[in-house]
Design a protein around this ligand. Structure first.
Ligand code: DGT
Ligand code: CA
Ligand code: CA
Ligand code: ZN
Length: 570
């Protein structure tokens, strides 16, 4: 059994328990174990029961269950649980606005057992009549269902990239592999991915193809050819593999990285000059003038090489012809992380644990930005607790030499644009991130005014996840982004690029617009666990590069002293 399969079972158990209304600690225990197992770099099935119980978040009971699963391929407890009448309701939890309590209510009162039952009930306007639900909930459920269906077609990059990297590593280490590259939309760091494309240079494609279809993650082989094969993985996505000769690796890399729009534009341009471009090379008549590297390919067309994230035909070809491709921001430029949550609100780790991961990332600073009180569920910070947390952080900071925890908050922007805590409190903090977490469905104009009001508030530093979208789950709210960008500029406010791979908000086009207007961006992870700090920043940086951001456009590339000066400048 793979780590992922075991983790999935524990998550499934947690979901069923939650719908049954079991004790929170029991539910959390299974979630924590699943998290640990999914992130474990070795092979869980190779561990003894004792070693298992020593892993963080795994106690004796769960170690025992893990062993049973690994040894017998089954778990009695799980098999019994699956017979519970509530087990099928887990499917409903995939819908953004349906939590375990809702799922239970929908079942108890309306007999809803599946997503199609749910859709029927919503369309028949039965849900609005239930206690605590209403027309809005019903509408949101329908929206959630259609978002889920869309999501099934394209996969958020955060879900697919780490899994493709595992497959890629298997192929890269084969002795027949000369060069290897993850191409397609993954290389371009698009927020959602249709399928994964892997490109390999080799003189011996056959053993590579044989190894590819035998990788444990592969569940179905769609096609296996001499130079091209396609498979479906257990996680349900497609991987295309192409093997080419080393001689044409650059041309193939360019071709299979895309985007299609970028390729088409380049080909049309080349044709006008009497040059042919395809995946084997760049040809003048019969003569191949370039093919080995991407740099060579671009050069033969009179162009500068450009980062894959720019290849969308958004003006990058024109810049490359003038040799004016900007130096895009890189992961190593990032000096701090400006949004994250601790156990003080809805995070899983203490302030110190979050700081340790910040230090491990090589940062000079992080900001702790727990929630404000409006969000009842997340133990938001009251005025009193804000002061307490400032004290606590002051104490913790004494321990560090070249690292600083900045005090902060993610304060809610109310429907009328006012903040959830008074300015007299907020001004005591180093960083104030203002975000919207409620009333997503306001009319566009009202939403725009609401946000601009927050941007005009002198205590606000950063506008958090500016469009509120959740990839595959919630559409962005309606807002006039041009006006928001203008207001950010006028009030010298920073817009967040939330790097949590479910959000990636702002998205590329808006980042590009912000950059053109000279508005600064903060790339933050919005981590709710310490592990997220390390894992998520690269998605933020990838998205930033898709928006053509340079180091100077991103505030958290500033070293601590300069960043503090930046914050202090009105
Ligand atoms: P995806 O998979 O929908 O997220 O997006 P891509 O960009 O990975 O697209 P995919 O997998 O269909 O093809 C990979 C690359 O191969 C694509 O970025 C460009 C290239 N390509 C595919 N089909 C065509 C085509 O008809 N013309 C040209 N010029 N290039 C193509
Ligand atoms: Ca693809
Ligand atoms: Ca493909
Ligand atoms: Zn938030």
């Amino acid at each position: 059994m793979t780590n992922q399969q075991i983790a999935q079972i524990f998550n499934h158990i947690a979901d069923i328990l939650e719908i049954q209304g079991e004790n929170v600690f029991k539910i959390r225990a299974y979630q924590k174990a699943a998290e640990t197992i999914a992130n474990f770099t070795g092979d869980i099935s190779a561990l003894s029961e004792k070693e298992l119980a020593e892993l963080p978040g795994i106690g004796k009971a769960i170690a025992q269950k893990t062993k049973e699963l690994v040894e017998t391929g089954k778990l009695k407890y799980y098999e019994d649980l699956k017979k519970s009448e509530y087990a099928p309701l887990v499917e409903l939890l995939q819908i953004q606005s349906v939590g375990p309590k809702h799922a239970r209510l929908l079942y108890d009162r309306l007999g809803v057992k599946s997503i199609s039952d749910l859709e029927k009930a919503a369309k028949q306007e039965k849900i609005r009549k239930l206690a605590g639900m209403g027309e809005k909930t019903e509408e949101n459920i329908l929206k959630g269902i259609s978002a889920l269906r869309k999501h099934k077609e394209r996969i958020p990059i955060g879900e697919i990239l780490p899994r493709v990297e595992i497959i890629f590593a298997e192929l890269e280490k084969l002795k027949e592999t000369k060069q290897a590259l993850i191409a397609g939309s993954l290389r371009r760091f698009k927020e959602t991915i249709g399928d994964a494309d892997i490109l390999i240079a080799s003189e011996k494609p056959k053993p590579i193809m044989d190894a590819f279809v035998k990788i444990p993650q592969v569940t179905r082989v769609l096609s296996q050819g001499e130079t091209k094969s396609s498979v479906i993985t257990k996680d349900g996505f497609q991987v295309d593999l192409r093997v080419v000769e080393a001689e044409s690796f650059g041309a193939a890399a360019h071709y299979f990285t895309g985007s299609k729009a970028h390729n088409v534009k380049i080909r049309t341009m080349a044709v006008r000059k009497g040059i042919k471009v395809n995946e084997y090379g760049i040809f003048k008549g019969k003569r191949r003038i370039a093919s080995r590297t991407e740099e060579e390919v671009y050069k033969s067309l009179g162009m500068q090489w450009m980062p894959p994230e720019m290849r969308e035909d958004w003006g990058e070809i024109e810049l490359a012809l003038k040799h004016k491709i900007p130096a895009l921001v890189e992961l190593k430029d990032i000096k701090g992380d400006l949004q994250m949550h601790s156990t003080w609100s809805d995070g899983w780790n203490s302030i110190e644990e979050m700081a340790q991961d910040g230090i491990d990332c090589g940062y000079e600073y992080i900001a702790i930005t727990d929630h404000s009180p409006t969000l009842g569920i997340t133990r938001g910070l009251t005025e009193e607790r804000v002061y307490k947390q400032i004290e606590e952080i002051r104490k913790i900071n004494k321990k560090y030499k070249n690292f600083r925890i900045l005090t902060g908050i993610e304060v809610d922007v109310r429907e009328n644009g006012q903040l959830d805590l008074p300015n007299s409190v907020l001004k005591e903090l180093d960083i104030v991130v203002a975000s919207i977490h409620t009333k997503f469905n306001l009319p566009k104009e009202q939403m725009t005014t609401r946000i601009i009001k927050a941007l005009e508030n002198p205590v606000v530093d950063i506008l958090g996840h500016p469009t509120g979208r959740l990839l595959g789950k919630r559409e962005p709210f309606e807002v006039d982004m041009e006006k928001i960008i203008k207001a950010a500029k006028a009030n010298k406010k920073v817009l967040e690029l939330n790097g949590c791979p479910d959000r990636l908000d702002l998205t590329d086009i808006y980042l590009k617009q912000a950059r053109e207007k000279g508005v600064k961006i903060a790339i933050s992870t919005d981590s709710h666990k310490n592990l997220h700090l390390k894992e998520w920043m690269r998605y933020g940086v990838g998205m930033a590069r898709r928006g053509w951001l340079e180091k100077k456009d991103v505030v958290n590339t500033l070293p601590l002293d300069k960043f503090l000066k930046f914050l202090a400048t009105p």
